[in-house]
Design a binder for this molecule. Structure first.
Ligand code: GRF
Length: 194
């Protein structure tokens, strides 16, 4: 299976996926693309030998469709079977998502359906939750709402700051996403629970 990964920043999740695919794996990375040409993850992907592309969303102010059309060019040229959103911070239109229905994954740093959207760690702390975590799900037109493919839980500790909780969750993201992609690429859609 051919996997394209979309990032917006450091790409730590992308890197764990790429590294896991270097072993015996049903998939291999064919492209890492970003909406930010300055995304540090692009250099990390290139250093790992993965082709990269960048389409600056700031070049399409108020034109989401135009940005997505530009992004589709390198993306479709890579002929991906699976798209992984990994720290990708742009909301995709239903038209874009529908092109990859059933084969686009996203990782979201909360135990969905709790806390879709942003600032998930601060919200969990604010709510006094004893647990937080991460979810990998299939991407559907509704934001952060598709079928769940994996989840991992972490404790919220007394005195946790959002940064401390984010770091604890990120460590589990790095375990969960590779496990989910490995199973998904082998055609197995049973959820992974870590
Ligand atoms: C992290 O906050 C992670 O929780 C979320 O995206 C952010 C950046 O991840 N998935 P990455 O290091 O770019 O993969």
């Amino acid at each position: 299976k051919r996997v394209a990964i979309l990032i917006s920043g450091g790409g730590s999740n992308m890197l764990r996926l790429v590294e896991d695919m270097q072993g015996d794996h049903p998939a291999r990375p064919v492209l890492v693309a970003s909406n930010d040409p300055a995304a540090a993850g692009l250099a990390r992907a290139a250093a790992a030998g993965v082709p990269i592309a960048a389409v600056d969303h700031r070049g399409f102010p108020g034109d989401r469709a135009g940005f997505e059309a530009a992004l589709l060019e390198p993306l479709l040229a890579a002929r991906p079977d699976i798209i992984c959103l990994a720290g990708f911070m742009r909301i995709l239109t239903p038209d874009f998502v529908s092109r990859f229905a059933g084969r686009m994954l996203n990782i979201h740093p909360s135990l969905l359906p709790k806390y879709p959207g942003l600032h998930t760690h601060a919200r969990a702390i604010e709510a006094g939750d004893a647990e937080a975590g991460v979810t990998v799900h299939e991407v559907t037109p509704e934001l952060d709402a598709g079928p769940i493919l994996g989840r991992a839980r972490v404790p919220v500790l007394p005195g946790d700051t959002p940064e401390a909780l984010a770091a604890r969750v990120l460590a589990q993201e790095h375990r969960l996403y590779p496990a989910v992609l490995r199973r998904f690429a082998a055609g197995d859609r049973r959820p992974v629970c870590l």
